[in-house]
Design a protein around this ligand. Structure first.
Ligand SMILES: Cc1cc2nc3c(=O)[nH]c(=O)nc-3n(C[C@H](O)[C@H](O)[C@H](O)COP(=O)(O)O)c2cc1C
Length: 215
């Protein structure tokens, strides 16, 4: 089975993975392609946050960046219960199984991590926070020194608080943060609305270019 077919099958099997540009592992100069992994905290796999990430993906495609998106989706994700067992279990959160464990493993292999979430009552989604608390508490040492970037979607307001919340995971963990020409937010109720937000689109495009510069 070819890699692309395998990935399609994996999506159908509900692993929550979608892979963007996987073409070519080596650049023309023989260097390994850089890998960026985005975590999409939306329950909607084809929603506004996915669209925001696709804008970034378009820029990455031009530079042969290997871009993968982890969709938290509608998985049942519980929060960290402070059992501290990850300290004794080789940094593995024993309360993550299947998808979640695989997501954390793949995040370790990235050159940059994008944390993307819709705004829910002025913050990231509950599933996103539940996942990130466990991922970063158990495995932060593997993420240290990777470039980090936060991406936020809103219908209207609360983006700054969501943005701040996502950035907390980077700035406590020696992760240089990629920024843009505005705070990384695109807004509207539907994808069609987002397509009208020219400044939001430019902000995400500039963010992608800056991530490329940093990695
Ligand atoms: C439970 C819930 C809470 C929300 N809270 C806010 C909010 O505080 N501010 C806002 O602008 N939009 C809010 N929204 C709208 C979403 O943030 C917005 O539609 C987002 O773009 C959806 O992204 P998605 O399509 O990727 O899920 C909320 C939506 C839901 C379902």
């Amino acid at each position: 089975m070819k890699k692309r077919e395998f990935i399609k099958a994996a999506i159908i099997a509900g692993t929550g993975f979608i892979v963007g540009n996987i073409s070519g592992r080596l650049t023309k100069s023989g260097k390994k392609n850089k890998k960026v992994i985005a975590v999409n905290g939306s329950p909607n796999e084809n929603g506004n946050t996915a669209y925001a990430l696709s804008i970034i993906g378009e820029i990455f495609k031009n530079e042969n960046i290997n871009f993968q998106i982890i969709h938290i989706g509608q998985n049942d994700i519980r929060g960290c219960i402070a059992c501290m067992r990850c300290h004794n279990e080789q940094s593995v959160c024993v309360h993550t199984t299947g998808n979640e464990r695989n997501w954390i493993e793949s995040m370790k292999s990235a050159d940059a991590l994008i944390l993307a979430s819709p705004t829910y009552f002025g913050g990231m989604t509950g599933s996103m926070k539940s996942f990130l608390d466990k991922a970063f508490y158990s495995s932060s040492k593997y993420f240290r020194h990777k470039t980090g970037a936060a991406v936020v979607t809103t219908r209207r307001t609360g983006a700054s608080m969501t943005f701040e919340g996502l950035n907390q995971y980077f700035t406590i963990n020696e992760m240089p943060v990629a920024s843009s020409t505005y705070w990384n937010n695109i807004r509207g109720l539907t994808v069609d609305d987002l397509k009208q937000d020219g400044e939001g689109i430019r902000t995400l495009q500039n963010l992608a270019k800056n991530i490329i510069k940093m990695i």
